[in-house]
Design a protein around this ligand. Sequence first.
Ligand code: HEM
Length: 425
Amino acid sequence: MSFMWFGTTPRVNIRDPELVKEILSTKFGDFEKPEHSPAVALLATGLAHYNDEKWGKHRRIINPAFHQDKLKLMFPAFSTGCAELINRWKKLVDSTSDPCEVDVWSEFLDFTGNVIARTAFGSGDEEGRRLFHLQREQAENVIMHRNAVPIPGCRLLPTKRNLRMREIDKEVRGILSSIINKKLEAMRLGDARNDDLVGLLFESNIKLSQEQNNSKRLALTTEEVIEECKLFFFAGQETSSVLLTWAIILLSVNHDWQSGARQEVFQVFGDENPYLDGLSRLKIITMIMYEVLRLYPSGDLLIRQTNKELNIGKVTLPPGVQLCISLLHIHRDPQIWGEDAGVFKPERFSEGIAKASGNQVSFFPFGWGPRICISQSFAIIEFKLALAIILQNFSFELSPTYSHAPHTIIALHPQHGAQVLLHKL
Ligand code: HEM
């Protein structure tokens, strides 16, 4: 445990798996996620109203969106997104020379954004696509905001960027309100689909209201549903695109693993389009995914803030202290993973996560405990499907223009892009 200051906030760095377990599994109310800065809040404040005090044990009932049966309904949206990606890459290779250089980072941002747009609002929904572009622009503005020299009150000034951020927020809210109202009307007429996120949110919202004294009032207000939808864009796009990006980079330099994974995909699916049930039979791809998430966890830092005086290990902390859990440090700690902790070795996971991590909380790319990622299954299916289809259609190697510079801006990005050379199979 080490101490530091973050501005005026005291911070404690946590590296010990036992303490990680203690902090992440502590019952609701002892810790909260710290509030977002106002700039990030414009992008998504959903996390703020995952307020434990307000939602208590019901907090997760509003998010059943990614249960296995619901994922089946969403699978066509994943497949359509993948087909579009592959067709675009094929055209690119055909229109240039083979091999063709592609920056997979920006490609995967588009892909995961499209998947979220479809799974959130229904296939081919233009409003979903518009939202995705607006939220993407908003994310870029937030990043520039975070990189700017912090001058107190500067966010309130009517600068070009500040005005644009508010304009985007207004348009996003307008589109989401219209989608939500259309859904409500469809539900009233008994004509609502429940295979997209908004439909599922409403379904669980009504269920929760019924559980709460059979009240007719919906548990979530429209405003809260709007924030929920914004959060899904924010939480679901960057993380998944980062995972696919690092996987392609690592497989570009580990050709034996790339060929092994391709062989496995052909064994399970042949030339057929991958289907949901078959994805769970992809053992090598699962090992690769875990090893990528170990070395390049999409979100590399989890933060909690003490709500009251608490004993953490042997130390008593006052309220208001931030606890920073660095996934990067723990995932790469040689004392836990051995001297080759920094080396890509998917075989570590050949007997599962518990064996690889020595039965301790030393591998937790999706978080751990009560606030674990609600969309873990969604993200895993999206990853396996996309990688399987890419491997069926292309081989790839690192481009000479690629320079390895992982850096954290919200998620662990490749700073200068992720250029690879694609060969059509
Ligand atoms: C590779 C993909 C992903 C990774 C590595 C990932 C990782 C994480 C982690 C580490 C947390 C816990 C944060 C904490 O404890 O402070 C989290 C929470 C969350 N994730 Fe994901 N995530 C991924 C994909 C997604 C997707 C696709 C969505 C939505 C469609 C999503 C929605 C959320 C939400 C809403 C939370 C907040 C849960 C809460 O606070 O209770 N994530 N994710």
